[in-house]
Design a protein around this ligand. Structure first.
Ligand code: DQA
Length: 150
């Protein structure tokens, strides 16, 4: 089994640290990448961490993960609330999916309460800021161990 977990980040997350820090915090995506990779390593996993502002590029990355990765962690950002294409790609991947959001989307505007991604996700981690990515890696490691022992 692949030991790679693809960690996908959607539009505007490249601006983390600068963008609405009162909502998203002051940690940069580069810092989150380093913490996520380090956390993955403690579980013997490798985090292939990516960001794109482009919906099609995210779909292509999910399709690539289908044959090369053990699982997908995704913060689809605004596409969470709009993208049937990302949902369909996740469903087609046949991989465990964990959805992450830095903010608690249920505490925010109504339009953020609906997530297409959730229909494909084993679970959702939101509201814990950058730490959510590490929590997601722990959850993914747990899923992969229990799958292996089945
Ligand atoms: C987000 C929440 C989304 O509603 C928003 O569009 C984002 C970031 C989060 O991580 O809290 O860009 O996914």
């Amino acid at each position: 089994m692949s030991r790679t977990v693809v960690v996908l980040n959607g539009p505007n997350l490249n601006l983390l640290g600068l963008r609405e820090p009162e909502i998203y915090g002051r940690v940069s995506l580069e810092d989150i990448k380093a913490a996520t990779r380090a956390r993955a390593k403690t579980h013997g996993l490798e985090a292939d961490f990516r960001q794109s502002n482009d919906e099609g590029e995210l779909v292509t990355a999910i399709q690539g993960a289908r044959t090369s990765a053990a699982g997908i962690i995704i913060n689809a950002a605004a596409y969470t609330h709009t993208s049937v294409a990302i949902l369909d790609a996740l469903l087609a991947s046949d991989l465990p999916v964990i959805e992450v959001h830095l903010s608690n989307i249920y505490k925010r505007e109504e339009f953020r309460h609906h997530s297409y991604v959730s229909r494909a996700a084993t679970g959702v981690i939101c509201g814990f800021g950058a730490h959510g990515y590490e929590l997601a890696v722990d959850a993914m490691a747990n899923i992969l161990v229990s799958r292996k022992t089945k």
